[in-house]
Design a protein around this ligand. Structure first.
Ligand code: SF4
Length: 346
């Protein structure tokens, strides 16, 4: 079945040409889908009725639905979203003073099996389409509009490994950038990865100046392989080399995400080893105190450890921030809201 939500204006023009409609109808349709959140072909009043009826018969609109919203005191909203086939993903809407952002899921479940993440617990179920990713932006934008704001930033940091779903992810980035839709600048998009080296190198050549955020979480192979099985395929040095190439080709400084887990990867010596490995890289480290997940035996690093770790990096002149945990009381690690809902049979 043709997935109209995953098509760009030109492709939609070619599609409607099958019904004898001129190409501008494709641009009209793209605008209606993403600026007006078209849910029902009947509402596309700019089209002749016969065209609407035939389009509805051929191309059902399989839009996502919000089945539950949890909103934190700081305004962070976590949406549990149902896909047309009944699967569910999470989308998080974050109100920042510098513009609202949306954290988009790219897969149902995740195959990477990181040892600290709820999303990997049941493995990967399926990849999302570009349209399913873009529809999460649309739902988040509706949420932002209710507060008089708009979504201006996209983080591909929800459930799933975006570069494992490479083609749909790149298609999504282009669709989200299209000025007939959300028109979001590439510089305001961040693609996270657990470190799939060949895909990082491929992304570097796409001509999309998006920020790359690499989940590092450890400075050496022994510890990183324990936390992230993907490290056995792509060890730390290969990931750092790929980050260096990404910067060289895109001019975009790479962010390294580093979850701090008490007694596991948050010691002074570990911080010094991390600083040594990152020296000379155009990089930025984002320290994130780990959010407890009941299935894992870890604890988050206490605030004084976070401060000490950061101080060591800064003394070594590694640019570094501590992520402010928006919506801490609801936004536990990705995957938890969906797991809870499934437990209740919703
Ligand atoms: S941290 Fe990211 S890559 Fe790792 S299992 Fe979770 S969703 Fe997948």
């Amino acid at each position: 079945m043709t997935d109209v939500l995953s098509l760009d204006p030109g492709e939609l023009g070619a599609l409607v040409a099958e019904l004898g409609a001129p190409a501008f109808r494709g641009r009209q349709l793209f605008q209606a889908l993403w600026r007006d959140r078209l849910e029902d072909w009947e509402a596309l009043r700019a089209w002749p009725q016969a065209l609407r009826v035939e389009a509805a018969r051929r191309w059902p609109l399989r839009r996502l639905r919000v089945v539950r919203t949890q909103t934190a005191r700081d305004g962070t909203a976590k949406l549990l979203v149902r896909l047309a086939d009944g699967e569910q993903v999470e989308t998080v809407v974050l109100p920042h003073p510098y513009g609202w952002s949306v954290c988009v899921s790219t897969e149902v479940g995740c195959a990477m099996g990181c040892r600290f993440c709820a999303s990997g617990l049941r493995g990967k179920v399926r990849r999302l389409t570009a349209g399913e990713m873009l529809d999460q932006v649309s739902l988040a934008d509706a949420e932002a509009r209710r507060a008089g704001a708009r979504i201006t930033r996209i983080d591909l940091m929800g459930v799933g490994e975006p570069l494992d779903n490479y083609d749909a992810t790149v298609r999504f980035l282009r669709l989200a950038h299209d000025p007939l839709g959300f028109g979001i600048a590439y510089r305001r998009m961040t693609v996270s990865t657990s470190g799939l080296v060949p895909r990082i190198l491929r992304l570097a050549d796409e001509g999309l100046p998006v920020t790359l955020a690499v989940s590092l979480h450890a400075p050496d192979d022994a510890l990183r392989s324990r936390l992230m099985p993907v490290n056995r395929a792509y060890p730390v040095q290969a990931v750092l080399d790929a980050a260096r190439t990404y910067f060289a080709r895109t001019g975009r400084r790479v962010t390294f995400e580093y979850l701090l887990i008490a007694g596991v990867n948050d010691g002074d010596e570990t911080a010094r080893r991390l600083a040594a490995r990152l020296r000379g890289l155009a990089a930025h480290v984002n320290l994130i105190p780990w959010n407890p997940v009941p299935e894992f035996p870890y604890q988050p690093s206490p605030p004084e450890r976070v401060r000490a770790f950061r101080a060591i990096l800064e003394a070594a002149r590694i640019p570094c921030t501590v992520r402010k945990e928006l919506g801490q009381e609801i936004a536990a690690a990705c995957g938890q809201l969906r797991s809870a809902a499934e437990g209740q049979g919703t």
